[in-house]
Design a protein around this ligand. Structure first.
Ligand code: FE
Ligand code: CA
Length: 490
């Protein structure tokens, strides 16, 4: 095993790549690399390479219980003239890799490690994507993302959907709502058969976090929407399948229903990306409907909503984030998480309505998050999120809008998932002056060019998710100056 790559090949049951005694001349019933290749979790001296052997892509993946030797190679050049299987790695240059099993060779992926921790990096280009309901559209956004020359792709949740919903579907899920490991594996495999998703995974390393739909709509820690007493068993299956299909570090390997997903990624002295998990440790949503769990729209009479002890991240992750912000407050700190942090309630006084699943449902926890940013004096702080199927560009304050802006939030619209009517989104914008832009009418992603002086964010939108060949254009561009939180339209 070379030091540059922490390779993960799933053969149904995960084996260490150095595990001796696997079959070197396996016979597959078909081409085993139907789910493509991926890389992720880059560090200065390592990057995770991923594939999963699946001769029958929708059969739950895997090739039975016997170990199969899967080899990988990594080269400096696309034609594999300079194979760098081990040893020194040039920090930010691209590397190419295929996997080999028996006589079969996977598509060639491209990846890169991150710069050395103390490297003076002057640019980082990354994008955020979220919410890719498979039935509602093709993943054309990923094809365009593959052409954006990214250093890194950040996916902030709803990578698969457990549920079928929406209007005018272009394709259908195989099977009903997944509950078992085999069913979650099939769901992931089906999403991974989309050629444009495979293409982006093969083009650039990913960092990922999840939201609710990777397991079940609106779940909160161990409470499910329908108060399923067996929910933790289901969560374990969902987490396990997620781990098996994502380019995650081995440290993320689930133990039953528990899985350590939150992680940090540093880009030299320029930027630190803190990837948060807002599902696994959160308090249940406040004031749910009678006999139910999950989200609700509640007024200020819901006292539970405002309780100090309610948490979105859990105490341990809160402390981990605060400590991470104190490490490098002078650089860009990108906080990646699933749901909208900025206040987005509509109405006034007793008629005000809060959506309890996003940070509006956890006001004390949101205040602690902003306090951690303020206490660390992290003045170049970007929050990036998803879930809302809406592009929001927001300035973040503690308390009144007149108080100092502490950070800037870009909530990216969905890759495919349908958004609410724009009239409702206009109401949210009307009642929340810290929101510069709110658009739920279009699908797409956001590209960030982070530099030493400023960060530029381009909101990219596709014309029609029902058309695989659809084009992309820029809806708006915003800039944030280093050390001066708040977005300016450019
Ligand atoms: Fe979603
Ligand atoms: Ca939800």
């Amino acid at each position: 095993m070379a030091s540059i790559a922490d390779s993960r090949e799933d053969t149904g049951d995960w084996r260490e790549p150095s595990d001796p005694g696997g079959t070197r001349r396996p016979r597959f019933t078909g081409y085993p690399f139907t789910l493509g290749v991926a890389s992720g979790a880059p560090e200065p001296t390592s990057v995770v390479l991923w594939t999963r052997l699946a001769p029958e892509s929708l059969g739950g993946g895997g090739v039975g219980s016997g170990a199969v030797v899967v080899r990988w190679e990594m080269a400096d050049d696309e034609r594999f003239e300079r194979v760098v299987a081990r040893g020194e790695v040039d920090a930010v240059s691209a590397h190419w890799y295929p996997f080999i099993a028996g006589d079969d060779v996977s598509p060639v992926g491209r990846t890169r490690t991150t710069p050395a921790i103390d490297a003076r990096v002057d640019g980082l280009r990354f994008a955020i994507g979220s919410c890719q309901q498979y039935e509602q559209g093709y993943f054309a956004a990923h094809r365009h993302l593959a052409d954006e020359d990214l250093d890194l792709m950040l996916f902030v949740g709803d990578y698969v959907y457990e549920s079928s919903w929406g209007v005018g579907l272009v394709r259908r899920h195989v099977g009903g709502e997944p509950r078992t490991l085999a069913e979650y594996r099939t769901r992931h495999a089906q999403y991974k058969t989309d050629p444009d998703l495979q293409r982006l995974h093969a083009a650039v390393p990913w960092l990922v976090t999840w939201d609710d739909h990777e397991v079940d709509n609106d779940y909160a820690d161990e409470r499910s929407e329908d108060l399923d007493p067996e929910f933790l068993t289901r969560r374990a299956a969902g987490y396990r399948a997620y781990f098996e299909h994502m380019p995650l570090r081995a440290m993320a390997r689930p133990r039953g229903p528990d899985m350590r997903l939150y992680a940090r990624c540093e880009f030299g002295t320029l930027a630190t990306i803190h990837v948060l998990d807002g599902r696994q440790y959160r308090s249940p949503q406040a004031c749910p409907r009678a006999g139910r769990g999950g989200s609700n729209r509640v007024g200020p009479s819901c006292e539970e909503l405002f309780r100090e002890d309610r948490t979105m991240l859990g105490k341990t992750q809160e402390r981990w984030l605060a400590a991470g912000l104190r490490e490098a407050p002078e650089s860009w700190n990108v906080i990646a998480e699933a749901t909208l942090t900025a206040p987005a309630a509509v109405g006034e006084g007793d008629a005000q309505r809060f959506w309890t699943d996003a940070w509006d449902g956890y006001p004390a926890a949101r205040d602690r998050l902003l306090e951690a940013i303020e206490d660390a004096a992290a003045q170049s702080c970007l929050l990036v999120s998803g879930d809302a199927h809406t592009n929001y560009v927001c300035d973040l304050h503690r308390g009144e809008p007149a108080s100092a802006t502490l950070a800037t939030e870009f909530c990216g619209t969905s890759i495919t998932s349908q958004g609410r009517p724009q009239e409702q989104t206009d109401e949210i914008r009307r009642d929340n002056p810290h929101i510069h832009l709110a658009d739920s009418s279009q699908r797409g992603y956001v590209v960030f060019d982070v530099g030493t002086e400023r960060c530029e964010a381009r909101l990219r939108v596709v014309a029609d998710v029902r058309d695989r060949a659809t084009g992309v254009e820029t809806l708006a561009t915003f800039a944030v100056a280093a050390g001066r939180p708040g977005a300016t339209r450019s």
